[in-house]
Design a protein around this ligand. Structure first.
Ligand code: HEC
Length: 201
């Protein structure tokens, strides 16, 4: 048993430290992550966009109830909403349902927009660019040869415009993993085959 475990561990280590490329080609999808490409170009090169929508609905201040009255909701209706004070909802649907349970459908239909405006906060939407990464290109679906040439030009210092310096920070990974030209070509091929539609995950 012990010998078996040692043997498995050895295989694992070999997997981790085996020089890639020159001996056998590695899965380009894994390489893309191992070389940290995804931290700047997004999962599968789909760009640095939000993978999900993040929002919260939350009547966290008494002033919010006062605001509802100011915005035209009758005091009696607003009072019925007090049980929702400080309860957090991650989805608009749940929030609206809670409102409806307290004030009924008709009033909900009439007032929900006001209440959502007061208690809701959208942090970001799925598919939105993550701030700070506006100039970090998406690769998914781009032409293989183009991607390959750009990578080489950036890493070999021929393309020095824009933010390319940021990418040259990965050179140590390229060297320590013995990444070959063939690896770059297979990463480019992999990226060009990732299907991408605007706003898609
Ligand atoms: C630290 C962030 C960072 C990392 C990590 C990174 N890149 Fe980049 N990459 C960039 C930036 C920024 C640009 C745009 C450079 C410019 O403005 O000229 C870029 C450009 C590119 C381009 C050219 C795209 C185009 O449309 O012109 C390719 C292809 C590319 N990167 C592939 C990769 C691959 C493959 C890896 C992993 C081996 C990787 N990058 C790792 C930041 C990064």
């Amino acid at each position: 048993m012990k010998a078996f475990l040692l043997f498995s561990a050895a295989i694992l280590m070999l997997g981790l430290f085996w020089p890639t490329g020159d001996v056998f080609a590695e899965d380009p999808a894994l390489l893309f992550e191992r070389l940290t490409c995804h931290t700047c170009h997004g999962p599968q090169g789909k760009g640095m966009v939000r993978m999900e929508t993040k929002e919260r609905y939350y009547l966290r201040k008494k002033a919010m109830f006062k605001q509802m009255v100011k915005d035209g909701i009758p005091v009696d209706t607003v009072k019925k909403l007090i049980p929702m004070y400080k309860k957090k909802y991650d989805e608009k649907g749940d929030f609206v349902q809670a409102i409806e349970a307290l004030i009924g459908k008709t009033d909900t239909d009439q007032y929900k927009d006001i209440i959502i405006k007061i208690g809701g906060r959208v942090y970001y939407h799925k598919g939105e660019l993550i701030p700070g990464f506006e100039d970090y290109p998406r690769h998914a679906g781009n032409k293989q040869l183009y991607l390959y040439r750009q990578m080489k030009d950036i890493l070999e210092g021929r393309r020095t415009n824009g933010n390319s310096e940021a990418m040259r920070g990965i050179r140590p990974y390229i060297d320590s993993n013995n990444i070959t030209d063939e690896d770059f070509r297979s990463i480019a091929e992999y990226l060009s085959n990732v299907k991408y539609k605007d706003g898609e995950e």
